[in-house]
Ligand binder design. Structure first.
Ligand code: NAD
Length: 474
């Protein structure tokens, strides 16, 4: 099978460099594909630009109807999409179905949102209204961890607001996005959605392209900085959802048995490859050993294996580079004298299997704490004073999410509000919802997705200032 691009409603073979898509559970090639050439990128942008002239004129009801039809199509093809996700991304099938379910939920939510007109002044002399108009061509660049759902997060609000799209999935996980594009294209006029493939060269060309009005990017902070630099020349609108190193603080007096599963399940969601998962756990010294022990028990209870196997609860890491990175961070922790309570070594291959790993007696200065591991190894850090835990939690360049766990909601809330991050969860973590705006502080991002705020980020405000009677001279 050769994976094609989608340009102006037609599948087109890429004319750029060849690459292979690898199944992380077997390390075997799933398919070969060719990246887009720069000329093909231009064609995709031209098609999106041409389609914009009529798509922007469609009514709210027309767009809402089509987006619900797309949600129906995704539901009808849920099994197939979930299988693509498992094959290319590695996650267990139940989680891939959760991803497809999320894609449907986000599509329907955004379809139903109304784009408001705000009346700023209204009197016999004057009426001032703020309208939200589409931007034009939106480019979407996505990562490999939740490939289908993140594509939906980008594409659906862009379309709902009246924009057209060129998307570029990660070359590591293009299959589910390509299938999604075909399902969407069936319901949309040609050129409204287009897909190219490629890596840094195409990414740079997208960032600099004079006919792209906005980039929505989800990925690492270094790539986000490249995009921001390269997009400056055309002053593109940017939404950047970048890396995170989320702290989770467990307050003294917590019911360890009650919260351990919540911490484990969120920290290891998608094998730890989730932007807003707890990545550093701070536990008061009075409960440190008890919680470490409980987390290790939960880790030991996982069944590591290929995502398609029914008994699997924990799949492989998605790619060889990330696999090597997690191993390097855990080895560094071992050399520093950290205690490995569960896991700690790769499982025998083939496949990038690494068990959930709990690392105790570790603190700042170790790479596993200071860097974003984005994988299945959780460092557990001991603290004595809550103020110290807050201070440590706020260290570093990231500020995506954070959480506070404890029985006293008021106290947890007081601590949570001191965390410098885009979302604070209390007795929870990593819960993203279609209606709750989500974005990062510091170097974790720029702008928000989701909710009405997320939708409006795909629009340009236009103020209409009407003088209703008499002399209009100010
Ligand atoms: P990445 O930055 O390596 O790649 C992301 C995308 O950018 C890919 O499609 C890649 O092909 C493309 N790209 C590479 N070079 C480019 C360039 N020069 N210009 C434009 N595009 C370029 O990230 P990744 O490894 O795929 O994903 C993991 C990272 O994503 C982690 O840091 C994670 O925290 C972050 N992430 C953040 C969120 C969020 O919502 N904040 C969500 C998921 C993942």
């Amino acid at each position: 099978m050769q994976l094609s691009l989608l340009i102006n409603g037609k599948p087109v073979a890429g004319e750029g460099d060849e690459f292979e898509v690898i199944n992380p559970a077997t390390e075997a090639s799933i398919t070969r594909a060719q990246m887009a050439s720069l000329t093909q990128l231009d064609s995709a942008v031209d098609a999106a630009r041409a389609a914009f002239s009529h798509w922007r004129e469609t009514s709210d009801v027309e767009r809402q109807t089509v987006l619900h039809q797309i949600a129906d199509r995704i539901e009808e093809h849920a099994d197939e999409l979930a299988q693509h996700i498992v094959e290319e991304q590695g996650k267990p099938l139940f989680l891939a179905h959760m991803e497809v379910g999320g894609a449907v939920a986000w599509t329907r939510y955004n379809a139903d949102l109304d784009i408001p007109v705000k009346v700023i002044e209204d009197n016999p002399q004057k009426r001032i209204e703020a309208h939200h108009k589409p931007l034009g061509v939106v480019a979407s660049i996505t990562p490999w961890n939740w490939p289908l759902m993140i594509a939906i997060w980008h594409l659906i609000p862009a379309l709902r607001a009246g924009n057209t799209v060129v998307c570029k999935p990660s070359g590591l996980t293009p299959l589910s996005t390509r299938r999604l594009m075909a399902l969407m294209d069936d319901r949309l006029p040609p050129g409204v959605v287009n897909m190219v493939m490629g890596e840094a060269e195409i990414g740079a060309a997208i960032s600099q392209h004079p006919d792209i009005n906005k980039i929505i990017f989800t990925g690492s902070t270094p790539t986000g900085k490249h995009i921001m630099t390269q997009a400056a020349g055309t002053l593109k609108r940017l939404t950047l959802e970048l890396g995170g190193n989320d702290p989770a603080i467990v307050l003294p007096g917590s019911d360890i048995d009650a919260l351990a599963a919540g911490i484990f399940n969120t920290a290891f969601l998608n094998m730890g490859q989730t932007c807003a998962a707890p990545k550093r756990l701070y536990v008061h010294e009075s409960q440190y050993e008890a919680l470490c022990h409980k987390l290790a028990e939960l880790a030991d209870a996982q069944t590591v294996g290929p995502g398609m196997a029914e008994e699997t609860t924990f799949g492989p890491i998605q790619n060889s580079q990330q696999f090597a990175r997690v191993q390097a961070l855990v080895e560094d922790a071992k050399h520093r004298g950290a205690r490995i309570l569960s896991g700690g070594d790769a499982s025998p291959g083939p496949g990038y299997f690494y068990p959930p790993t709990i690392v105790a007696d570790i603190s700042h200065g170790a790479r596993l704490v200071d860097d974003e591991q984005f994988g299945p190894a959780l460092p557990v850090i001991r603290y004595r004073d809550v103020a110290d835990a807050i201070h440590m939690a706020n260290s570093g360049e990231y500020g995506l999410g954070g959480s506070v766990w404890g029985p006293d909601i008021q106290e947890a809330d007081r601590v949570g509000r001191q965390l410098n991050c885009g979302t604070v969860w209390i007795n929870n973590h990593a819960e993203v919802l279609p209606h709750a705006p989500f974005g990062g502080c510091k170097q974790s991002g720029l702008g928000v997705e989701f909710g009405l705020d997320g939708l409006l980020a795909y629009t340009q405000m236009q103020v209409v200032n009407t003088s209703l009677q008499g002399d209009a001279t100010p």
